[in-house]
Design a protein around this ligand. Structure first.
Ligand code: T1G
Length: 699
């Protein structure tokens, strides 16, 4: 078989077009050419019906995203789609794995569609800041109606084959092995002498509710502030109701090209590849043998411990929760049951699946019961002495080769490893709360952590549904260390004249999921208070934590006490500005003789985001993170940084590193604060005329 990505074979009167372009049969230029070549062959041969399918683990998962930054090569995907839909002989397609984006558009241009039951079908382009650019916004509503079409294209979440069958997106579910089942199905179509059936000739049924489209437009404008694609999608699906296919496709192309050229899409495409690059460790060979992880244990059944145990149980790995008292253990197990029950109620999981996962969890008070597990994650109180005592016990009880991980969010993992005789088996695994939901996992490599332990944990993270980022040991690792610089600026801006509402609104308008003060109130101001005391910082002795210390000592701990930087409505939990806090702010500023001034929202954004960038650059310089895109992934998946801005380091590149250095120097002038001294790495890149992207190893 030639190494061409598209093969055509005639089997009696059935023409079979097979795409074989691993890993996901992306519609690269050679694939597009190959499909047209196959159609050319079939035009004149004895075939009476064509069957399109893919080799490998999935049907076409979309256009080739790596081609987006390059000059377009003909034939374009719309050319291929038009050739398929307009073909003189009926074309059938068999779907398996994930038929996504251009792949589903290809399928909708075929005349008959079948799928394996576990196939998923979707148009996820919006997750790349794009929209379906090869007819998806015009053909999908013709097949499934405007409601489901808008839900699928705006949300980008694939649907299962069963739902696609019910919705009319596919005509048949295949049984058994893909190729043989597909050929059987195609032969029944041949026997029925089915006609061509262009999707484009169908009409879009009107929405059930007259105000559906208007409501959708409003919701979209609110939900996707700062992102152009969802608005275009609403316009295009609405257009499909009235316009000809030709006019609809023309407008779709314009909108697609506008999205493709947008900074939001450039950022989201960066994030797509950055998420996949985190696992590629420059200094550890990809084929490093892994340690088997068939069983796990979690020490501590508190909020974090319970969430971590759920990650393993839901991935099918039996997990034992270890606690110090039966009450703590029972509470922890009950909390897990409740969390799962809530997910079933919300329709996220089925009751059957949850029952199986709960069977994977057991509890004990006896370290002896975890002697044979392959991995332990410690999630006890954030105190060095307590953690070292636990690791001493693990060292005494756990079998040789067991991986010992700590869920500390800022303590020295080397010191924790030092409490054992096997520091090579010790690693940091910093989960984010709620651990069963948040995707980010900072994998902390201590000085003596063995390469196979690191590689095993990086792979295991994907198995339990996490995005792993390898980081080195320093206070707060990558995320919390940068957060400290970010949080410090928020505090200083308050003391210089801004209000909590102004700071948070400016950041949320810019795109952050939640402003820094509201995040503080959500997490609980007492956590930061205790961490400062643990670091030996006396209360109210430091300008940038004076206000927070005072609030905690006034029992204003945040949402959990009904008041923090804001007051919270007891019923709706909505946050309200509190004049008492603004008064306290002015008094604290007076005590510290901080001059008051009007502060613009732009300055707020610059100071908070550039604090992240400058600290991120220092982290890269120290080798605590391997590449700038890893820092971006930490902030997008752990700290509510808007993915459509690409992450702090990508954002810095979008401004231009030299402009960032200039602005940092301006802020130093403005505030007299040495923290604004540009990181040497930024100065070096600016001098070289390079961007942070140049360090991503993907240049
Ligand atoms: N183009 C190029 N490379 C791709 C790719 C794509 N569409 N999809 C995946 N890869 C690479 C990926 O970088 C990785 O490479 C390897 O394949 C395995 O991927 C006109 C404009 C299909 C669900 O958005 O969601 O069509 O890291 O690690 O976890 O309307 O990949 O090994 O070197 O993710 O099993 C729309 C994107 C495109 C789907 C498989 N399609 N892909 O997940 O493997 S835009 C998408 C995915 C479009 C048209 C428009 C997932 C997956 P490497 P992986 P996975």
């Amino acid at each position: 078989m030639s190494n061409k990505p598209v093969h055509y074979a005639l089997d009696d009167t059935l023409g079979i077009i097979r795409i074989d372009n691993p890993p996901v049969n992306a519609l690269s230029h050679p694939v597009r050419e190959g499909i047209l070549r196959a159609l050319e062959q079939a035009r004149t041969d004895n075939s009476e019906l064509l069957l399109l399918l893919c080799a490998g683990r999935t049907f076409v998962a979309g256009a080739d995203i790596t081609e987006f930054g390059k000059p377009p090569l003909a034939p374009s995907l719309p050319d291929v789609i038009a050739a398929l839909e307009g073909f003189a002989k009926p074309v059938a397609v068999a779907l398996h794995g994930t038929a996504l984006g251009g792949g589903l558009e290809l399928a909708m241009a075929c005349h008959y569609r079948a799928a394996l039951p576990d196939a998923r079908l979707g148009l996820p382009e919006v997750k790349l800041g794009l929209l379906p650019g090869a007819g998806g916004t015009q053909r999908l509503p013709r097949l499934v109606g405007p409601e489901l079409a808008l839900e699928m294209i705006t949300g980008g979440t694939p649907i299962r084959a069963q739902q696609a069958l019910a919705a009319g997106l596919v005509d048949h579910l295949l049984e058994g092995e893909l190729e043989s089942a597909a050929v059987r199905w195609a032969r029944t179509l041949l026997a029925q002498a089915v006609p061509v059936r262009p999707t484009g000739e169908r009409r879009v049924p009107p929405p059930a509710a007259a105000d559906f489209l208007a409501r959708h437009r409003q919701q979209t404008a609110r939900k996707y502030r700062g992102q152009p694609a969802p608005g275009y999608i609403a316009e295009l699906v609405e257009l499909a109701l009235s316009a000809s296919l030709e006019d609809g496709l023309a407008r779709e192309r314009e909108c697609f090209l506008a999205c493709k050229a947008s900074p939001q899409s450039a950022a989201l495409r960066h994030v797509f590849f950055a998420e996949r690059a985190t696992g590629k460790l420059p200094d550890i060979p990809a084929d490093t043998p892994l340690r088997p992880v068939r069983s796990a244990a979690v020490i501590g059944a508190g909020t974090m411990g319970g969430g971590i145990a759920m990650c393993f149980a839901s991935a099918g790995i039996p997990v034992t929760l270890v606690e110090t008292s039966q009450d703590y253990l029972d509470n922890g197990l009950e909390k897990i049951r409740q969390n799962y029950a809530n997910s079933v109620k919300r329709g996220r999981f089925t009751a059957e699946a949850v029952a199986g996962w709960l069977d994977n969890i057991r509890g004990t008070l006896d370290y002896g019961d975890i002697a044979d597990v392959d991995l332990v994650i410690e999630a006890v109180f954030e105190n060095m002495a307590v953690k070292q005592e636990v690791f001493g016990k693990l060292d005494a009880h756990c079998k040789p080769g067991c991986i010992l991980a700590t869920n500390t969010s800022y303590l020295d993992v080397n010191a924790i490893a030092g409490a054992t005789g096997r520091p090579a088996d010790v690693i940091g695994a910093h989960f984010f709360s709620p651990a069963n939901v948040m995707k980010l996992l900072e994998v902390v490599r201590a000085e003596k952590t063995a390469d196979d332990v690191v590689q095993t944990f990086m792979k295991l993270a994907r198995t339990i549904g996490k995005i792993p980022v390898a980081v080195g040991v320093c206070h707060g690792f990558v995320g919390n260390r940068m957060l400290q610089a970010y949080g410090r600026q928020a505090q200083l801006l308050l003391l210089e004249g801004a209000t909590p509402t102004q700071v948070d609104q400016a950041m949320e308008n810019w795109g952050m999921a939640m402003g820094p003060l509201a995040v503080g109130d959500l997490a609980g101001l007492d956590i930061g208070y205790r961490s400062r005391r643990d670091q030996g910082i006396e209360s109210r002795s430091v300008l940038e934590s004076a206000l927070a210390d005072t609030l905690v000592e006034m029992e204003r701990l945040g949402q959990k006490s009904g008041a923090g930087y804001y007051r919270y409505d007891p019923t709706t939990r909505a946050r309200q500005a509190d004049p008492e806090v603004e008064q306290l702010l002015r008094e604290t500023a007076a005590q510290w003789q901080v001059p008051q001034r009007e502060i613009e929202d732009d300055e707020i954004v610059d100071r908070l985001i550039l604090a992240l960038v400058n600290e991120g650059a220092a982290i890269l310089q120290e080798g605590i993170a391997a590449r700038p895109s890893d820092v971006d992934i930490v902030y997008i998946n752990g700290y509510g940084f808007p993915s459509w801005r690409g992450g702090p380091m990508f954002y810095a590149d979008s401004l231009g590193v030299d402009a960032v250095v200039t602005r940092l120097r301006e802020l130093r002038e403005l505030t007299g604060d040495e923290c604004w001294e540009p990181a040497p790495l930024l100065r070096k890149l600016a001098a070289e005329g390079n961007g942070l992207e140049s360090l991503n190893g993907r240049g």
